[in-house]
Design a protein around this ligand. Sequence first.
Ligand code: SF4
Length: 332
Amino acid sequence: MSLLDKIKPGYDPATASYTVKEEPGPGERPRFRMSHSSNDLLKRCERKYQLSCCMPESDMDKVGMYADLPFGRAVGAGFQDYIKTGDLDHALFITLLEYTPLVEDPDTKQNRKFLERAFMAVESLAAKWDTLPYELLYIKGRPAIELGFKIILNDYGDYFCGFMDVGIWNRSKEQAGVVEVKTTGMNRDELDPLYKYSPQALGYSIMLDTVLAADVNNFETIYCISHLHRGEIWPESKVLTYQKTRLDRLNWIMMLMMDLERAISCYENNFWPQRWQECLAYNRKCQYFETCNMASWNEEQTTLDQEFGMPYNAGTDWEFEFTLADVFEAAT
Ligand code: SF4
């Protein structure tokens, strides 16, 4: 049976709904909660993915947090606020609120990501935004910022979820799109290899078109990036857009199903490969470096809740819920 055939079981076109299994019972595997970041981690080191899924978020923060995360979050929140309000002072205030003292930790002093630079990044992105033919999209009367969605992948109830950064309307192309906001300290000018084939904006834009019931043959993914160059204090703002087609959408669905199969296979075999290439990714030692070889972690797997995914005990605040069959119909 091909992966695409697996999209259909349990799906009733008349009611456009799945007969989704009741919550997993004792002895059954939990449901998988997939997301862009957790699928990415799964492919880099399955063991790290498994341990992250077992670890309450508060503990994860203690062991795994570093300055890049709050910096990126602060810039993202500030820029989103500017898109919504058009008020730079307000946006900088939101940036400040999102920024955490962790960034000023002495261990991260060498880091180029500090509060003043977050302010500069938001200001620079805001100036760039004012030159673009985009405006904020409103869906059901709500600004399309951080809209949560869930796609039920099969009749077992495994699902993919995410939050779109910003939904926009492109005035010149008369087309809706999703903007992903990024920060990077990558020490090179050309950033296309970071984003061109990233499935993140692609997946979210498929969701947006499903929400809007749009029939789109060609569309683009959009990345608004604050690029922090070494040796320059003022970040450079870049907007990278990539044309995508229906084939890209189909490939995204195929990739999602393959990721799910891989996660289920690891779970059912209770074997999560350790990928040494990830131990020093981004020149940082993995937070599980001293512990990932402990067999006792495997027992955690048997005591988990009915859901397995990252972050552990994630929220369930979804504005939109679809089946993969709905998305498949809209995307192909
Ligand atoms: S230390 Fe290396 S092998 Fe172990 S979980 Fe982390 S990345 Fe994977």
